[in-house]
Design a protein around this ligand. Structure first.
Ligand SMILES: [Zn+2]
Ligand SMILES: [Zn+2]
Ligand SMILES: [Zn+2]
Ligand SMILES: [Zn+2]
Length: 339
């Protein structure tokens, strides 16, 4: 679905008129022309996400092309209602310290008590009997039982009804749709988490400086693209009854080689995102560079997309071909599509 393309010379110029920076209201001046707003680098916005260390930030082990293991509502696959007997069985695997499950490799104290491997690393003695945890004694019988038991998803309390083999649990939990949403602003500064329904009000209260434009065809104007270091530009686009977040990130993925990454995220689920397509276009000086793809759900975030270059990627030399006085206009078009 993602196919970058570049086309030859084009005569139309991008956004000639957005000279003034920090336009906070959409410009409705020219009826036919797409609206444009300037997105100042986040470094200038107190409330916006951090600009430093975008690289290390939350850069996640979320697999980019993770497969969806199941739909909600259980039923299919390994999911389904959990019987009381089954619950008794899984409760035998509960860690007495963190109440998460003790999963293979399963180690026990000398008296046979179990504790999960994360907790074990922080403990000097068995939390149940105070006995020694060393030498490590492996419990192969419990490991075999663990392999035969289906464990509930970590997000069972927020609605996931899936039960899974312990080896499938981490992969599913990374993409579980009942996992809380994190703040979609790039950078690591905002630690907010909550439901999808609460994301927009969080953005409106905690990140007031982010500009929103209405319409399916707009210009995302990033100002001061020559600022050194890792910088994020963020704005919102609202159309088709949904909110989209546009992100331009400047990052040094390889030593001494700065790159720009531009992407559109839907404030919505991955399934909802599949109903849309977006196009990013750099246009001007008789050149055009275009990227088309399905928007990413904010549930997946930008970090993995950037890591895999699954977005519009260009280097500083290309940015300068299209920039005007250090400002870069990106044409953003969102459309609906039938999956
Ligand atoms: Zn534990
Ligand atoms: Zn013990
Ligand atoms: Zn789940
Ligand atoms: Zn936030």
């Amino acid at each position: 679905m993602s196919r970058p393309s570049s086309a030859g010379p084009s005569t139309s110029k991008p956004c000639g008129k957005q000279q003034q920076q920090q336009q906070l209201t959409p410009s409705l001046a020219a009826a036919a022309a797409p609206a444009a707003a300037a997105a100042a680098p986040a470094s200038n916005n107190a409330a916006a996400a951090a600009t430093i260390s975008a690289a290390g930030a939350a850069s996640s082990g979320v697999p980019a092309a993770a497969t969806v293991l199941s739909s909600p509502g259980g039923g299919d696959g390994s999911g389904g209602p959990v019987s009381p007997q089954h619950h008794e069985l899984t409760s035998l695997f509960e860690c007495p310290v963190c109440f998460d499950y003790v999963l293979p490799p399963i180690l026990q104290c000398q008296a046979g008590h179990l504790v999960c491997n994360q907790c074990r690393q922080k403990l000097s003695c068995c939390p149940t009997c105070r006995g020694s945890l060393t030498p490590s004694i492996r419990n192969l019988a419990m490991e075999k039982v663990a392999s035969a038991v289906l464990f509930p998803c970590k997000y069972a309390t927020t609605g996931c009804s899936l039960t899974l083999h312990h080896t499938e649990k981490p992969e599913h939990e990374d993409i579980c749709e009942f996992r809380p949403y994190s703040c979609p602003c790039p950078g690591a500064s905002c630690k907010w988490q909550g439901s999808l329904e609460a994301v927009m009000s969080h953005l409106m209260h905690a990140h007031k400086s982010i500009t929103t434009l209405q319409g399916e065809d707009i210009v995302f104007l990033a100002t001061d693209i020559n600022l050194p270091g890792a910088v994020d530009w963020v704005m919102m686009q609202s159309c088709f009854g949904h909110h989209f977040m546009l992100v331009l990130e400047k990052q040094e993925k390889y030593e001494g080689h700065q790159q720009f990454f531009a992407i559109v995220l839907l404030i919505g689920t991955r399934k909802q995102a599949e109903n849309f397509a977006y196009r990013l276009e750099l246009n001007g000086n008789r050149r055009r560079l275009t990227w088309e793809a399905t928007p990413r759900s904010i549930h997946d975030g930008v970090a993995a997309a950037i890591l895999n270059s699954d977005c519009l990627v260009f280097d500083t030399a290309i940015a300068h071909l299209f920039a005007d006085n250090g400002n870069l206009g990106i044409n953003v078009t969102i459309s609906t599509c039938c999956p």
